[in-house]
Design a protein around this ligand. Structure first.
Ligand code: DX5
Ligand code: ZN
Length: 215
């Protein structure tokens, strides 16, 4: 499978969201990456259901929703209702991760699990066979435009080995600080999905930047 690119809407222009959504629709991007922050799990607040609903009305590609919130189980149905295709919860926010994964799948969404830079991939060992997507945070979550953490390369390789050993079908998504200098190495290490916010939206030609990230 060739890799996927998911531009992060967090870095879009919220005063003219429609233009950026249409740009993504007409680009080679595969998914919309949608970051939801609650000001408790992470030190920032992003946006909620009214905004996601507006995105969904215009988006012609799947919504990959990344929940950086406490109690994610409580809102899974509501995210399904606004058109989420892939719903990702943080392992650090789930006391009963296996239950959270089943809940997401029972609602008809793909289940993603995100892990922070300090969390070991070994913590996924007993659930990895059930997970559709693992979001490796390559920055500490909360903000766009942060510096990529270099340890991520080793983590991707180790995660890929774990996925193979456990016969899991999980995709590896990299989130945070992905740019035109590191994306190839990430793919070579085994990444399947690249999230990119700042790299896409602060570039002169976002459509072209997406197509470079696809190469
Ligand atoms: C960070 C978010 C990311 C963020 C990535 O907490 O989860 O998805 O939007 O932005 P960049 O690509 O600018 O690091
Ligand atoms: Zn994200």
């Amino acid at each position: 499978m060739s890799h996927l690119v998911a531009p992060s809407v967090l870095s879009a222009n919220f005063a003219n969201l429609q233009a950026d959504i249409e740009m993504i629709n007409n680009s080679e991007a595969d998914w919309f990456h949608v970051d939801v922050m609650d000001g408790v799990f992470v030190p920032n607040i992003s946006f909620g259901f009214p905004v996601i609903k507006a995105i969904q009305k215009l988006a012609k590609k799947p919504l990959d929703v990344h929940l950086m919130i406490v109690n994610p189980d409580q809102y899974a149905q509501a995210f399904k209702d606004v058109g989420t295709e892939i719903l990702t919860v943080h392992i650090e926010a789930c006391n009963h991760l296996h239950r959270s994964i089943q809940n997401i799948k029972n609602l008809g969404m793909k289940a993603g699990v995100a892990i922070n830079p300090h969390t070991s991939i070994n913590s996924l060992e007993d659930t990895i066979a059930e997970i559709d997507l693992i979001c490796l945070m390559s920055v500490n979550p909360g903000f766009g435009g942060q510096k990529f953490i270099e340890n991520t390369y080793d983590k991707v390789k180790a995660l890929k080995a774990l996925i193979e050993r456990k016969n899991s079908k999980a995709l590896i998504e990299i989130d945070g600080g992905v740019d035109l200098n590191n994306y190839k190495k990430l793919i070579d290490c085994g990444a399947n999905v690249l999230v990119a916010g700042n790299t896409v939206f602060s570039s002169k030609n976002p459509t072209e930047t997406i197509s470079i990230l696809k190469k």
